[in-house]
Design a protein around this ligand. Structure first.
Ligand code: ADP
Ligand code: AMP
Length: 221
């Protein structure tokens, strides 16, 4: 299966992708994680991306599309993919469709996780991530245990772009594009609306219920 998790920053894409990709045997691809890793390694691509990320802006399509298409062409993506944070623009969505189409493949479903915007600021400013494995916590809603059980030696880190001013910029940047992408995939009859409020395990169940409705032929592809 080839699935997209769509939603504004803080909607819970990463949280759900960590659980679902494992459960469904899919490769979790987060373009945000790829950019952060490249930035940490101080590669040319990473340093370029960091300029945009630190302002809460989108990394230009010409950088992002090439990086993502290269990643999904790797052998480990053949088992199926769960995209988190890509596409974020219509040209990205079109490039993805074209690249998959060339391989007689396609996106099977787009799961649009919807959360009222007034909840997103506190979700993002309270987010902490395990530096070892990327497990996502929240200081109020999902506090990390005192001794991490995911990676005993790793530290929790807070993302530089989760400061209030940058969060606001990120929400402003993403709002219109996210709606446009929802329309794009609705027109292709691939969009599933998922209520992203409440307990994360309830949201996982809603996502799985939506995925079950995806036609079996696509699910087996
Ligand atoms: P995204 O990947 O869409 O930006 P994340 O999965 O990183 O979002 O979640 C953002 C923050 O919100 C994290 O701190 C996470 O622990 C928290 N979070 C995720 N799902 C929920 C939920 N259902 N209720 C409350 N907080 C949540
Ligand atoms: P995320 O981890 O998904 O919240 O992404 C963090 C940041 O990485 C975003 O604010 C953008 O600057 C950049 N980014 C991630 N994915 C994309 C994308 N598909 N297109 C453009 N920029 C992206």
């Amino acid at each position: 299966m080839r699935l997209i998790l769509l939603g504004l920053p803080g909607a819970g894409k990463g949280t759900q992708a960590h659980v679902l990709a494992d459960q469904l045997g899919l490769l979790h691809i987060s373009t945000g994680d790829m950019f952060r890793e490249a930035a940490a390694n101080r590669t040319e691509l990473g340093l370029r991306a960091q300029e945009f990320m630190s302002r809460g802006e989108l990394v230009p399509d010409e950088v992002t599309i090439g990086m993502l298409l290269e990643r999904i062409a790797q052998p480990d993506a053949e088992k199926g993919i769960m995209l988190d944070g890509f596409p974020r623009t219509i040209p990205q969505a079109e490039a993805l469709d074209a690249a998959l189409g060339e391989r007689d493949s396609q996106i099977d479903a787009v799961l649009y996780i919807e959360v009222p915007e007034d909840q997103l600021m506190s979700r993002l400013t309270g987010r902490w991530t395990c530096a070892g494995c990327g497990a996502i916590y929240h200081e109020q809603t999902n506090p990390a245990p005192e001794v991490l059980d995911c990676c005993t030696d790793a530290k929790l880190t807070q993302r530089a772009d989760d400061q209030p001013d940058t969060v606001k910029a990120r929400l402003d940047t993403n709002r219109e594009w996210t709606e446009q992408l929802a329309d794009y995939y609705e027109a292709a009859s691939k969009l599933h609306h998922i209520d992203g409020t409440g307990d994360p395990s309830d949201i996982t169940a809603r996502l799985l219920a939506a995925i079950e409705t995806v036609p079996t032929t696509a699910a087996e592809a």
